[in-house]
Design a protein around this ligand. Sequence first.
Ligand code: GTP
Ligand code: MG
Length: 439
Amino acid sequence: MLRRRGETVAAPATAPGRAALGVVRISGPKALGAIRSLVGRTFEDRRPALASLPEAGRAMVTFYRGPRSYTGEDLVEVALHGNPLLEEALLRRLGEEGVLPALPGEFTFRAVLNGKMDLVQAEGIAALIDAQTPLQVRRALDGANGALSARLGEIKEKMTEAMACLEAAIEFPEEGTHGEGPGARKAVEEAAAAARALSGSCLSAPGSGIPRVSIAGPPNAGKSTLFNRLAGNEKAMVTSVSGTTRDGLMEEVRIGGRAVLIEDTAGLFASEDPVTALAAERAEASLDGAERIIWLADASRPRAGQELERAAARWGGRVAVAANKADLGVHPDWTGKEPVFSGLTGEGMEGVRALLSDWAEAEERRQREAAFFVNWRQEQALKRVADHLERAGELAGTGALELAAQEVNDGAAVLADLAGEIPSEAVLDHIFASFCIGK
Ligand SMILES: Nc1nc2c(ncn2[C@@H]2O[C@H](COP(=O)(O)OP(=O)(O)OP(=O)(O)O)[C@@H](O)[C@H]2O)c(=O)[nH]1
Ligand SMILES: [Mg+2]
């Protein structure tokens, strides 16, 4: 959809709203001609100059001659007074010159097509714009400035080395004494380990890095009440009727200075009517993707018979139990090992908050310690690369060198796809769908 080469496109590059400046970007072969015909003068490469625009006032115009520009094409940046109406007036006049509105991500897309950056860097730029913490900014910068691409390049180099050894060993089997077989195996194993390690540095919610904590439990456990209390509003409906929540809600809250995404979910493990059964099914699927789960039990009742084992069996170490409705009395089974609280009165809430805060801190530590930030797409690709290479290592060990070479080749194709060397249309659409207009 973004493939419309040869067209000249324009869009505001700054956020909509009133500000000191509003920047409009124009990219493509007609960029300079269009602005020239609007203001009646031309501009030199990389020499900002003041110009008076019809209906849009004075502006600073900078021309970047391709390929030395963000997109790799002729590019003009017009810094206007920051009012969306002025940007609109300029864009309308540009339209009369044959300039088309840019689609979201189109400038960066063109930069990738023109070899100014690879796909991993483009994703780094998207992550940079979405970053919400200084740490996320640092990680996104690794992607945007090419450090992550360089790491992928090292993996690729190891694979090339392995390939050379394998080919030599296949070609001249009688000279196997030179150690090509073991050499290939070593290179393959190193590349596999590097790909596997990098795939493990995927952060939680794709692109966000903020841990999601789902509030779960049986119907009427008080999930929505707790959600509202943590969110500080009344967005979730609370009633004494079991099965009130159907579609879950999410809200970003700050606990101890850290961002946490909390989720209210439908009650689980009870399915009288088809709608609540479907809601429960969806809630379960959502819990599968959550970093952490708070399972609400009833403090006034014994531990047994509250589905705690079932939840633990399904979600393992990601689940922590908290006992709600402490205002109705606390059964002796609840010894205070888990938070005991009341969503209704707020007593004991500090225990729940401490739990969330510990989780957020652990997540932050994990992010800090991760060597790189990889997103979900990159993680999936790296895992596939590692799978191919691990198989190649095993095959090389058994002497099946040709099969091993095939596996290395397959891994190399996945890696090339990851960096966008031979990107498929579907991959491109997916990546650039998340960009904003003007980027
Ligand atoms: N006494 C007491 N009642 C509570 C507490 N928390 C929730 N309730 C009550 O329990 C009922 C259910 O609360 P909700 O928050 O809607 O529970 P839920 O788990 O979201 O329920 P569903 O969405 O229907 O699964 C309501 O009548 C609440 O007022 C609590 O701490 N103490
Ligand atoms: Mg509810």
